[in-house]
Ligand binder design. Structure first.
Ligand code: SAH
Length: 230
């Protein structure tokens, strides 16, 4: 075992307990209205305790955001599930499997781990290098081999890989950055929290044939989307 890989070092000590608590978390998200069996299965499979520091491990399967350093947070499981479902599920419950999804705000990588197995490829941008340095090897260790990472400003999107069939933004903005709208493919969806610093509305925008259709999903509280590199 390589001691520089924290995920592997810590995984063994958790044992069956975390499988049970993950089941319980998934059940509670289903009770709160998450309908996608695929998303709930990802919540069951993904060891969230590996994405946070050891001192907070015991809170890993509570439905709360938690600090991950650099003033940032790992998103609340319900919100991760809701965003993933909003991005991928059709009205009739079937799941789309987009070829290319852009994620802005990789953070701990937890949202990435939930999303990656459900899509063909993820392009994940994070402005804080130290967070990316932890998320990248952990996601590789968990078998998420269809993720490409970039240290940079996700407000600019990823022009070289555009257009995207889905764009998921994990930080709050007053308005959708124009570059992201420009990089959305026909039929594609953006899921983003819009509002001020204390409270936002989680919004889904779908690019239909006769224009963009906007829908409000929930009230949420995300850290702000900031320009430049951290
Ligand atoms: N989905 C992540 C959430 C992390 S919090 C998780 O579950 O851990 C939001 C993240 O967005 C933070 O890590 C923050 O640094 C990042 N962020 C904020 N503005 C950004 C920008 N313009 N480009 C890329 N990342 C950004």
């Amino acid at each position: 075992m390589n001691p520089s890989r924290p995920g592997q070092r810590r995984r063994s000590g958790i044992g069956l307990t975390s499988a049970r608590v993950r089941d319980r978390l998934a059940d509670s998200l289903r009770d709160r209205g998450i309908r996608s069996a695929e998303v709930l299965e990802q919540i069951r499979r993904t060891p969230r305790h590996l994405f946070i520091e050891e001192a907070l491990e015991r809170y890993a399967y509570n439905d709360n955001a938690l600090p991950i350093g650099s003033g940032q947070t790992i998103s609340q499981p319900y919100v991760v599930a809701l965003m993933t479902q909003a991005l991928l599920m059709e009205e009739d419950g079937r799941m789309r499997r987009p070829a290319k999804v852009l994620e802005v705000g990789c953070g701990s990588g937890y949202q990435t781990a939930i999303l990656a197995p459900l899509v063909r490829s993820v392009y994940s941008i994070e402005r804080i290098g130290s967070l990316l340095a932890e998320a990248r090897p952990l996601l590789a260790e968990l078998g998420c081999n269809n993720v490409r990472f970039r240290h940079g400003d996700g407000m600019l999107g990823w022009p070289g890989q555009a257009p995207f069939d889905g764009i998921l933004v994990a930080a709050a903005s007053a308005a959708v950055p124009q570059a992201l709208l420009d990089q959305l493919a026909p039929g594609g969806r953006i899921v983003i929290p819009l509002g001020d610093h204390s409270r936002q509305e989680l919004v889904r925008i779908e690019r239909g044939e006769s224009g963009d259709v906007r829908e409000s999903l929930a009230q949420v509280a995300f850290v702000p989307l900031l320009p430049g590199q951290g």
